[in-house]
Design a protein around this ligand. Sequence first.
Ligand SMILES: [Fe+2]
Length: 137
Amino acid sequence: MIDLLSDEHKLLLDGLDNSRRFLAHFKIDDFDSEIKLFKGRFQSHIMAENLKLYLYLRISLPQGSDQKKLAENMRLEMKEISKQVKSFHDTYGSGQLTPALIYACETEITKLRKLLGERFEQEERSLYPLYKRQAAA
Ligand SMILES: [Fe+2]
């Protein structure tokens, strides 16, 4: 499962890179398709983490342990990030991207790419190894 989640991280970040490139070349139809694909992938990734990863960690980690707090904090942080992703989609993913929105969108994609890049790195560095250790125990 962890390998699959890590592969999804790469796909998601590639999706944002592609979106940014389409936007820079004013390929708006391609941008719309890519951003729609990203939305579906992101939602399914978050659902998988919530249903499998966080649930398992919540049940299996000792009450009051630092690891349990870490997992819970990361879950809550991702909830906030998901709201930002939703807001991004509501603004730019409606298939109605006007020229005036394109510049703002490029800035937002760059920010989102940085935020998710750092967040995924953190998951792969701390959360996923924690899950692997728990699952192997
Ligand atoms: Fe993730």
